[in-house]
Write a protein of this length. Structure first.
Length: 464
């Protein structure tokens, strides 16, 4: 009997170059646990509906467990002549059980078998990623608590904008990664639909019980259209899209900290264990982990684009092109999980250079917007207040001073009230970073009371 699962139709063997070209065992072997799990559930179902005997199902499941142990121990010899992990496991089963092993594939095709295995793998991958994201969130929350009370400049266009609490800054990343967790959870819902039982594309004439397999494998529901099942890779596109957004958030954070660790900013003290040196410049401390995190994002986004191109023109139902989905998905997952694994301890061990930040916190007119809003609160139209403060900033730039350094009279004059020094003195009460920070009131703002509430809420949610 041919080693090929489809060999009966063909005369002679497959060309060696074709075997090398079409194999997937070099990368899909990581699905072996999921293939065995799905096969065990399928065997139990076949016995339940009377397509195989209960004793045969027991023998199949016991043999599958033995095969899994063998693969886990690195004792299975893989061969490109057996194409993929599914055929390897089936052939090992037949070698142990003979005709009983040959009965396992009853009522299923490699088409629905493969997509079932991949969905089981995606579920596990999502659960693992969620754990890594939680650890990263906890690291940011710990940093927010450690640096409570520290004020840093907030930026737009990489120009100083308004003062924010460092805790507010750290919690911004907690929010980003929470959205990533929610996207993954939502993706998991659509991945958690059982394909097995759709067979090649049209279903089966045998009395299989798909609901039994669904329950055994923990899927939420059963795929309703057999023609759709074997061609559907939407869940992989969605999964890698979610990975791409995680990578993008990591990349933005990494870019920021690369900049903040420069001598020019000098905001951060990065841990030595997460940096490297130079082969020629002995003074260098390079943020290589951050740079690689930023760089690896391109691989993940590239995987997403590759998957889109892969499926963009495929007719129903299964086409062999879909074999090419796994390498992109596996690599995207490995890349993102690797980045997350080093991100959490890096965040946890990085400290703000408080003295450096404090020495320059009053630079850059961080209180200008608060001054404008103070004028608005006094009845000055917003656009008029904006223009007044803009002129005062320009005056400060000419005099090389801060807003708080201007005489009271300058504020009164800018408002069209020359000589009203009391007005100018009252307006100046909002100046300075401390006063500007204290002036915030809105929900979700960097107001100290708001940040304290958010920090307490996240500590409860994340169990820290």
């Amino acid at each position: 009997m041919s080693q090929k699962t489809w060999g009966g139709r063909f005369e002679g063997g497959t060309d060696a170059q074709v075997e090398k070209f079409t194999e997937s065992i070099t990368f899909d072997r990581r699905l072996f646990r999921h293939d065995i799990r799905a096969s065990r559930a399928h065997a139990a179902m076949l016995a339940e509906v009377g397509l195989i005997a209960a004793a045969e199902a027991d023998a199949i499941r016991a043999a599958l467990d033995e095969i899994g142990t063998e693969i886990e121990a690195g004792k299975m010899e893989f061969s490109i002549s057996l194409e993929d992990i599914h055929t390897h496991i089936e052939r090992a089963l037949i070698a142990r059980l003979g005709d009983v092993g040959r009965k396992l594939h009853t009522g299923r095709s490699r088409n629905d078998q493969v997509v079932t295995d991949v969905k089981l793998w995606v579920r596990d991958a999502i659960d693992d990623l969620d754990g890594l994201l939680v650890e990263l969130q906890r690291s940011f929350v710990a940093s927010a608590e450690r640096e409570a009370g520290v004020v840093i400049p907030g930026y737009t266009h990489l120009q100083r904008a308004q003062p924010v609490l460092a805790a507010h800054y750290f919690l911004a990343y907690v929010e980003k990664f929470q959205r990533d967790r929610e996207r993954l959870a939502d993706c998991r819902k659509r991945a958690n639909v059982l394909p097995l039982g759709a067979a090649a594309l049209a279903g089966s004439s045998l009395p299989i019980d798909r609901e039994s397999v669904r329950s055994a494998l923990g899927f939420d529901s059963v795929a309703r259209n057999s023609l759709d099942v074997s061609s559907d890779r939407d869940f992989l596109l969605e999964f890698v899209f979610a990975l791409s957004l995680i990578a993008t958030h990591l990349s933005g954070w990494a870019e920021e900290w690369v900049i903040w660790s420069t001598t020019e900013f000098n905001f951060l003290d990065l841990p030595d264990a997460f940096c490297t040196g130079s082969s020629i410049m002995p003074h260098k401390k390079n943020p290589d982990v951050l740079e690689l995190t930023r760089g690896k994002t391109g691989r993940v986004i590239g995987a997403l684009q590759g998957l889109f191109v892969l499926v963009k023109g495929l007719p129903l139902a299964y086409n062999r092109d879909l074999q090419e989905d796994k390498q992109a998905v596996f690599d995207a997952y490995d890349t993102v999980s690797g980045c997350l694994a080093v991100a959490a301890p890096l965040v946890a061990q990085t400290k703000l250079r408080r003295d450096v930040i404090a020495s320059r916190i009053e630079d850059g007119f961080l209180d200008a917007t608060t001054l404008m809003e103070g004028l608005i609160a006094r009845g000055v139209p917003m656009r008029s207040a904006h223009e007044v403060v803009g002129k005062l900033v320009r005056l400060c730039e000419q005099r090389k001073c801060r807003l708080a350094d201007l005489p009271d009279a300058e504020f009164a004059t800018a408002l069209g009230e020359p000589g009203a020094s009391a007005t100018g003195a009252a307006i100046k009460q909002s100046l300075g970073v401390a006063n500007a920070l204290a002036a915030f009131k809105s929900y979700g703002s960097t107001a100290p009371t708001e940040v304290a509430k958010q920090l307490a809420d996240w500590k409860t949610k994340l169990g820290v």
